[in-house]
Write a protein that binds this ligand. Sequence first.
Ligand code: ADP
Length: 575
Amino acid sequence: MRIKTKLNLGVGLLFLLIIILSLASAYFVFLIKQDTENILKANYNTLEYSRKMISSLDDLALDEKKALALFKENLQKQALNVTETGEKEATENLVFHFAALEKNTSDESIKTEIRKAIFDIIKLNLDAIKQKSDIAKKTAETANFSIAIIGTLCFLIAFNLLINLPNNIANPIKELTLSIKEIANKNYSERVHFTNHNEYGDLAKSFNTMAQKLQEYHSSNLYKLFFEKKRLETLINNMHDPIIGLDNEGIILFANDEALKIIGLKSEEVISKPAAELAISNDLIRSLIVKENTDTPKKQPLKIYAHGKESYFDKETINITITPTGEETEINIGDVIILRNITLFKELDFAKTNFIATVSHELKTPIASIKLSLQLLENTNTGAMNDDQKQLVESIKEDSQRLLKITGELLNLSQLETGNIQLNIEKSNPYAIVHYATEAVKVQAEQKQIKLLIDADEKLQDVKADSEKTGWVLINYLSNAITYSSEKSTITIKLKEENNEIVFQVIDTGKGIDARYKDKVFDKYFQIPGSHKSGTGLGLAISKEFIEAQNGTIGVESNLGLGSTFWFSLKANDK
Ligand code: ADP
C-alpha cells in the first residue's frame, strides 16, 4: 500500500472513529436524558397530583369547597397524564368515586375507595419508574460499552500508527542514505532491498537501476583502460629497442623485454623498484639514469654486451609532462629512457674508418714519390722543359699537394675515430706555434696578396698543448681564412690570455658564415652550400677533435658578408 494511502487511511479512520465516538456519546446522552425526562413527565407528575389529591382529601373537613376544587383540578391533570397500562382504568375509577364524593363529602367509605384508587395509580407509576430507571441504566451500560469499544479501536489504530508509521517512513530513508554513501565511495554493487509497492518501492527501483548503470559504465571504462594498457604494454614489449619508464620519483614503472635482457634482471626485480636503489648494484642502470648535462658537447654511445656481442646504444631520455584536466600548468610525471641499438651503424662506421685509414695510408707513399718525381722533372739536369710542360708540372704539383692534404686529413680523422690519436702535450710557446703556422701558409697568402697580421699580447705564458696538432689547427684556420677572403685583404692572428687560458684567434674580413650554419661547420664532411668545393669538409671537424682532446674549447663568431673570427683556447701552463 502506498505511503500516502496508508497515511490517508490511518488518519482518516482515526478521524472517522472520533466522529463516531462523539456522535455515539451524544446519542447515548440524549437517550438517557429522554429516559429521565420521560420518568419526570409521565410518572413524577402523576405522583405529585396524587400527593395533592390525598392532601385535599385530608383538608376536606377544614375547607370543603377549596379542597374539592383542588382535588378536581389535580384529577383533571391526572386524566390528561395517563401513560401506563392500567392507569386509564384506575383514573376512571378515581373519577367515578370522586363524583360520588362530590355528592356526599362525609361518606368515609367513598373516601377509602378514593384513597385506594389513588394508591393504585401511585403504585402503577412507581412500578413504571422502576422499569424506566432500569431501561435508563441499561442505556447507560450500552453507552459505556459502545464508547469503550470505539475508544479502544481509536486507541489501537492510533497506537499502531504511532509504532509503525515513523519506522515505515524513516527506515527506507536510512537504508537509502547508507546506499547512497556506498555509491559515493565507488561501491557500485550496492543495492537497496525494500520491495514494497509504495513510493519507496519506486524509489528503490530507480536507485537500483541507477546503481546498475553506474556499475556498467564503470566496468566498461575500466575494461577499455585495461585493454588500452595491455595494447601499449604489448607494443612496448615488441619494440626491438630497450625502453624503460620511470615515474617522477624515479620508480621504475615498466621495462620491456629488450631492456630486461640487457640489464640482466627479471621483471619482478625491476618493476616498482627505485632506479637509484638498483643503480647501486647495477652499473648499466646507473649509467642509464644519469641525466645528460646539456653543456656536454657530445654524448658517447653506451657500449653494452648484448645479443652475444659488444653492442652500441644511443640513449635518449624523454621527459614526460602533462597538463591535468582543468589546470593550466604542466606537471612532470616521469621519464622514458629509450636505447637505440646503433651497433650496425657503428660496425659500418668502423669498417669505413678502417678503409679510410688503409687507403689514405697506402696513398701517402705513391703521392710522395709523385712529388719527388716532379722535383726531379723541375731539375734542369734531367732535361729542359718547354713552357707548356712547365705549366703541366705546376698543375700536377698543386693537385698532388691537395691530394696530400686530403689524405693527411683522412688519416687524422681515422686516427681520431679509432682512438689511435697520440697526443704529446707539453709546455709549448704560443708565439712559436703562431710563427710555425704563418710560415706554413705564407706562400698561399702571397698568391692572393693577403697580409697576415700578428697581434699578440706580450709576455704570454706558455701553453699546455701538443704544438704539432695545435699548429695544424691554426694552419687550417689560416688556410680557410685565405680561401674565403678576397685578394689584398688582411687576416689578423690574435694571441691573448684570458682566465688563465691562451686564446688563439684568426680574424678575417671574408664572406662570413650564415648564422644557420655556425654550429654545423665543425661537423664532419659539412660544407656550407655553395662554398669552395675542393675541400673535404673535415678540416674544422678534425680541429675540434684536436682541441677538445687537449681539454680546450673551440668556436666561431661571424657576420655574414663581414668576416669571421675562428678561435680556440687552451690552458696556460702555469708552472
Ligand atoms: P673545407 O675543407 O671544406 O674547408 P672545413 O671543415 O675546413 O672544410 O670548413 C667547413 C666549411 O666551413 C667550409 O666548407 C666553409 O664553407 C666554411 N668555412 C670555414 N672557414 C671559413 C671562413 N674563414 N670563412 C667563411 N667560411 C668558412
